[in-house]
Design a protein around this ligand. Structure first.
Ligand SMILES: Nc1ncnc2c1ncn2[C@@H]1O[C@H](COP(=O)(O)OP(=O)(O)O)[C@@H](O)[C@H]1O
Ligand SMILES: [Mg+2]
Ligand SMILES: [Zn+2]
Length: 277
């Protein structure tokens, strides 16, 4: 076949070639399924224009896929910062580094947290229960644990239980709010590591025999049901005895499933540190 020169204005240095593309020529039972594609000489190389177009398309698709993957990773990483529900914003700065361990109990508990973080990183699944008095540093250590674990392939979420339940209740009358029961149950079941902060504080029942409402139990039950193969970190001021009185036994057993208990008995309230009397 003769070489046909393309209009210079359109495609510089491009001419048809006598060969047809093997990949793009299928003949079955004497019938052409795909019309033979005539090769072209592009900048001195003999190439099939369709193969070139497919290559470009594939590159484009790979680029889009990698951009999508990156944005998913960023979304995972940002879950902790964008979706956590905190009561105390000072926790945003809580890390293991800035957790001062002056007393032996603090040193021991910080060490247990470091060991737990390592076990999590090794793929072990278990719950951590941080128990003790107000201001001892439970929420600080829980948030610091998430900061250690958070990454592009690991999503983390910190939820203060009382604040979450207040947001859910608000949606009963405020239909504009996105913080529905479903929103939280879905979000909290998706994340790899979840902190349920200050369990038991939501009923305002500390020191009384009050039991949690059906609503609270239902929400906590739904969350713990979906997280049976994932690690959850729980903080509470309450004793196990009080928790078993307040909540359904099965629910507490689930929260305490395969647990690592970290208890503060002696550490004083850090919030009182800067009060001079
Ligand atoms: N050992 C510590 N080192 C540094 N800051 C601490 C320590 N313990 C508590 N804090 C800070 O004191 C405040 C109260 O601690 P928090 O963890 O919220 O107590 P808890 O959850 O036990 O009631 C937080 O701002 C926290 O960052
Ligand atoms: Mg706390
Ligand atoms: Zn081709």
């Amino acid at each position: 076949m003769e070489k046909i020169t393309m209009p210079q204005k359109l495609l510089k240095n491009m001419t048809f070639h006598s060969d047809v593309c093997e990949k793009h020529t299928y003949i079955q039972n004497g019938q052409e399924i795909v019309k033979p594609i005539q090769m072209m000489v592009i900048k001195g190389e003999v190439l099939c224009p369709r193969c070139e177009a497919e290559k470009t398309e594939q590159q484009l698709q790979e680029k889009m896929q990698s951009e999508f993957d990156l944005s998913m990773q960023q979304q995972k990483y940002n879950t902790l910062y964008n979706k956590s529900i905190l009561q105390d914003k000072t926790l945003l700065d809580a890390t293991l580094e800035n957790f001062k361990a002056e007393q032996s109990e603090e040193r021991e508990n910080k060490q247990t947290v470091i060991e737990s973080v390592n076990r999590f990183k090794n793929g072990q699944v278990f719950n951590v229960v941080l128990q003790g008095n107000q201001g001892a540093g439970k929420s600080h250590l829980a948030y610091a644990t998430l900061q250690e674990l958070n990454g592009q392939d690991t999503s983390c979420l910190f939820v203060n239980v009382e604040s979450m339940l207040r947001l859910i209740k608000d949606t009963f009358s405020n239909k504009q709010s996105k913080y529905t029961e479903n929103y939280f149950v879905e979000l909290m079941s998706e994340v790899d590591y979840l902190v349920l902060d200050d369990i038991g504080a939501e009923t305002g029942a500390i020191g009384t025999d009050k039991t949690a409402t059906d609503f609270v139990q239902r929400v906590l039950y739904a969350i713990t049901t979906t997280r049976q193969d994932k690690s959850t970190i729980i903080t509470t001021n309450l004793s196990s005895e009080t928790l078993f009185k307040m909540y359904d036994k099965k629910l507490v057993s689930r929260m305490f499933r395969n647990p690592k208990f970290i208890v503060f008995k002696e550490t004083k309230d850090k919030r009182m540190n800067n009060i001079p009397f």
